[in-house]
Design a protein around this ligand. Structure first.
Ligand SMILES: CC(C)(COP(=O)(O)OP(=O)(O)OC[C@H]1O[C@@H](n2cnc3c(N)ncnc32)[C@H](O)[C@@H]1OP(=O)(O)O)[C@@H](O)C(=O)NCCC(=O)NCCS
Length: 164
C-alpha cells in the first residue's frame, strides 16, 4: 500500500470525491452541496485515499460517541478488487479504536454483495433492515437496506496495518 496515502477530505479533494460518488452511485450520488455540508459538520470526518494526489476512494465517519456511523464509502471502479476498500475500512476501524468508539454501524443495499462481504470480513453482523431505503438508479425500483453493526469494535485478522 506504499503508493497510496490517506488524507482528510478538504476543499482541494472535494470535487474528486464527489465525482467518484457520481461514478459509483449515478443519480443517487450525493450532491456537491452535501459533501460541502459534511465538511462543515462537527461530527463528521471524511478521508480520501490518494495515489499521487489523485483521489481513488473516500470514506466518511460520524463520531456519535460512543458509536461511529459510516456515512458513505467508495473506491473508484477501476481500482476496485485490490484490497483498497479493505485498507480504507481498516483505517476507519483503527480510528474507532483510537477514539474509543465502542460500536460501528452502517447501511448497505441488500443486493450489494461486494460491500456486505467486505463488512462481514471485519465482523459486521446484519442487525436491522430498512425497507425501500434505496432506489436503483438503472431500474428505478426501490431496494432494501441492511443495517450492519460491528459491536463491539474489535481487531480482526482482516484489519490491515495503516501507513499514511
Ligand atoms: C464495496 C467496495 C468499497 C469494496 O472495495 P474494494 O476495494 O473493491 O474491495 P477489496 O478489494 O478491498 O475487497 C475486500 C473484500 O471485499 C469483498 N469483495 C470485494 N470485491 C468483491 C466481489 N467482486 N465479489 C464479492 N466480494 C467482494 C471480499 O470479501 C474481499 O475480500 P477478499 O478479497 O479476501 O475476498 C467497492 O467495491 C465499492 O466502492 N463499491 C461501490 C460503492 C459501494 O458499494 N460502497 C459501499 C456502500 S455501503
Amino acid at each position: 500500500m506504499q503508493n497510496y496515502k490517506i488524507h482528510s477530505l478538504n476543499c482541494a479533494y472535494l470535487d474528486q470525491a464527489y465525482q467518484i460518488d457520481q461514478q459509483l452511485n449515478g443519480n443517487h450520488s450525493w450532491s456537491r452541496q452535501m459533501f460541502l455540508g459534511e465538511l462543515n459538520n462537527a461530527l463528521a470526518y471524511y478521508w480520501v485515499l490518494t495515489e499521487e494526489e489523485t483521489v481513488i476512494g473516500f470514506i466518511g465517519l460520524h463520531d456519535l460517541d460512543p458509536e461511529g456511523y459510516i456515512t458513505n464509502f467508495g473506491i473508484k471502479a477501476e481500482y476496485q478488487g485490490q484490497k483498497l476498500g479493505q485498507y480504507l475500512l481498516s483505517f476507519v476501524i483503527h480510528k474507532c479504536l483510537h477514539w474509543n468508539l465502542k460500536a460501528l454501524s452502517l447501511e448497505v443495499n441488500e443486493n450489494n454483495l461486494r460491500a456486505i462481504n467486505l463488512y462481514k470480513k471485519f465482523g459486521f453482523k446484519e442487525e436491522g433492515f430498512r425497507k425501500d431505503y434505496y432506489r436503483n438508479s438503472e431500474t428505478g425500483k426501490l431496494e432494501n437496506a441492511l443495517v450492519m453493526w460491528l459491536n463491539p469494535v474489535i481487531k480482526t485478522e482482516s484489519l490491515m496495518p495503516i501507513c499514511t
